[in-house]
Structures are given as structure tokens and as C-alpha cells.
Design a protein around this ligand. Structure first.
Ligand SMILES: NC(=O)c1ccc[n+]([C@@H]2O[C@H](COP(=O)([O-])OP(=O)(O)OC[C@H]3O[C@@H](n4cnc5c(N)ncnc54)[C@H](O)[C@@H]3O)[C@@H](O)[C@H]2O)c1
Length: 281
């Protein structure tokens, strides 16, 4: 007997899918047969992922919006549902730091806290609500929120990011309770440090090696591996799982000696240093 995951005929939306983890989730959902609405704030990035999916024989379309604009976000979800015909799977992947920088707790100002809560928790909640309205109407669906392994233990300099992602874990449970009776499952994945372009730019080789050394499997997860998990969790094979968040980090959360971020200005902070990320929003 072989077991297959078949998303043929399903309509899927992936937010922030122009790069990194979202891009791989979009590609893998398409490989499993779904038609995928590839969302990003950058039309060029969304367009190139659509082209990649089509080159592999899959089906995709681009939807463009800055997710920080509430009205544009809701209109984008409505557009995706309308062009797909039905919204069966929605992956809320937009997150990270936006234009903000990690730093010591005592230095984080209101703009930092509000910015990180918006970029992660608020966007996920508002996207989820817009998606759920379509799913309630059509009688079911699956929503997958992207959290972080940073919610499994405290890490210096990441207070606002980790708190916002921890909020996503609780939000996932509340959504599961409210939406379950409408046939909607809500799950989350919590990736460990994953060398997407954004993160690779920010870490030097020495820090990556130290993180790997402190991880039980002595490796990090690839975006590709997180995408396979997303395909499983959104499939019928996972049909009795809801309100759960699944950590995928090669065991890093078990580590007692996770290397601390050494200097927020020289290390993680660079993730969103505009000088190093000119081409990104
Ligand atoms: N990479 C990691 O180590 C890691 C670990 C844990 C969790 N995560 C989470 O995974 C998700 C994806 O991370 P990534 O590293 O793949 O990110 P990334 O920076 O590589 O890609 C994010 C994509 O989202 C788009 N985007 C960003 N803000 C947007 C907005 N306001 N509106 C529309 N599009 C927007 C960007 O243009 C980009 O294409 C995030 O939620 C992040 O917090 C990442």
C-alpha cells in the first residue's frame, strides 16, 4: 500500500510566499495538486514563484498586497478566494521583523513592540479572520499559521518577536475552538532557525556552526522540509489535528546550550538592517 497526499482540486493561499519558507510551501502545495494563490508585497517575487510553479506543471496565480494595510489584506484574501473559486487551505506565513531590529529588552520602544506585534500577530489574526469567513460560508477548510521555535524557550534580544509568535500559538487554539464547529481546522508550525535568504544574510558561518552544534540532529531544517510538514498538516492525513502547533527544528528546542545571540547589533539585528536588505520590504 502506498499513502499519497493529494490536494488536487483545492484552492490554497500562502501569504508572504515570494521568498523563503512561504515560497517552498507554495511550491509544495502546488506539487501536491492545489492551485496556489501566491501572495507577496513584491509583485516581482510573487510573479517569479508563480512562474516556478508553472514551469513544474503546477497551477498558481499572484495576489499582491502589503499585509500591514488592513483593507488591502482583506481585499487580497477576497481576491484570492474569488480567483481560486474556493479557499480550502490558507497559510499565514507573513512575519519576521519588518523594518525593526532585535535588541536588548530595555531598549525596545513602543514602535518596536507595536511593529512586531503587527507584522506577526495582528496580520496573522486579520488574514485568518478574512480566510475563515470564506471557509465558514463554503463549509470547511484548513488554516495553518507560521509561528516560531523561539516560542519554545526564551532567547535574548527577541522579546517582542517571541511574544508575538507566542500570541500566534494561543490564537491558533482560539481559532480552532471557534471555527471547529464550522469544519475548519487551525494548526501552526514552529520552525527553528532556517537559512532562508533573510536569515543567511544575517548570520556569520561561526554562529551557524554553533547553532548546529547545539542541535540534537546537528543540522537545521530546510524550507523544503517545513513545506512538506505544511502539506501533511493541511491534508486529510492530519484531519483529526487542530489547535496544535508542531515544532520543526531538528530538536533545537531540547538544547540546553543554545548559543546566545552575541551582539544584537552585529548578529541577529542585521536580519533587518536596511543597508543589507535594500531589495526587501
Ligand atoms: N527563517 C527562520 O529562521 C524562521 C524561523 C522561525 C519562524 N520563521 C517565520 O517564517 C515566516 C517566513 O520567514 P522567512 O525567513 O521565510 O521570511 P523571508 O523574509 O525569507 O520571506 C518573507 C516574504 O514575505 C514578504 N513580506 C514581508 N512582509 C510582508 C508584508 N507586510 N506584506 C506582504 N508580504 C510581506 C517578503 O517580501 C518575503 O517575500 C515568518 O513568519 C517568520 O517569522 C522563520
Amino acid at each position: 500500500m502506498t499513502i499519497e497526499i493529494d490536494h488536487t482540486g483545492k484552492g490554497a493561499l500562502v501569504t508572504g510566499a515570494g521568498a523563503g519558507i512561504g515560497r517552498e510551501i507554495a511550491r509544495w502545495l502546488a506539487r501536491a495538486g492545489a492551485t496556489v494563490a501566491v501572495h507577496d508585497v513584491r509583485p516581482d517575487k510573487a510573479g517569479s514563484v508563480v512562474a516556478e510553479i508553472e514551469a513544474e506543471g503546477g497551477s498558481a496565480l499572484a495576489v499582491i498586497a502589503d499585509a500591514r494595510d488592513d483593507a488591502a489584506l482583506e481585499a487580497m484574501v477576497d481576491e484570492a478566494a474569488s480567483r481560486l473559486g474556493h479557499l480550502d487551505i490558507a497559510v499565514n506565513n507573513v512575519g519576521m521583523y519588518g523594518e525593526h531590529r532585535p535588541g536588548p529588552f530595555t531598549t525596545l520602544d513602543g514602535a518596536h513592540w507595536r511593529g512586531l506585534l503587527e507584522q506577526n500577530l495582528v496580520i496573522t489574526a486579520l488574514a485568518g479572520a478574512a480566510e475563515a469567513r470564506h471557509m465558514v460560508e463554503q463549509g470547511g477548510g484548513v488554516i495553518l499559521n507560521v509561528s516560531s521555535g523561539e516560542t519554545t524557550r526564551p532567547a535574548p534580544f527577541m522579546a517582542a518577536y517571541a511574544a508575538a509568535k507566542a500570541g500566534i500559538n494561543h490564537l491558533t487554539q482560539t481559532m480552532a475552538v471557534e471555527l471547529g464547529p464550522s469544519g475548519i481546522r487551525v494548526v501552526a508550525i514552529a520552525p527553528g532557525t532556517t537559512l532562508t535568504e533573510t536569515v543567511r544574510d544575517a548570520f556569520d558561518d561561526e554562529h551557524v556552526a554553533a547553532l548546529v552544534e547545539a542541535t540534537p540532529l546537528r543540522r537545521m531544517c530546510d524550507p523544503d522540509e517545513l513545506a512538506r510538514l505544511a502539506v501533511f498538516l493541511t491534508s486529510d492525513l492530519a484531519r483529526c489535528i487542530t489547535g496544535q502547533f508542531i515544532v520543526a527544528d531538528a530538536g533545537a528546542f531540547l538544547s540546553r546550550s543554545r548559543p546566545a545571540n552575541r551582539d544584537p547589533d552585529a548578529d541577529r539585528a542585521a536580519v533587518h538592517d536596511p543597508a543589507r536588505r535594500e531589495e526587501r520590504p
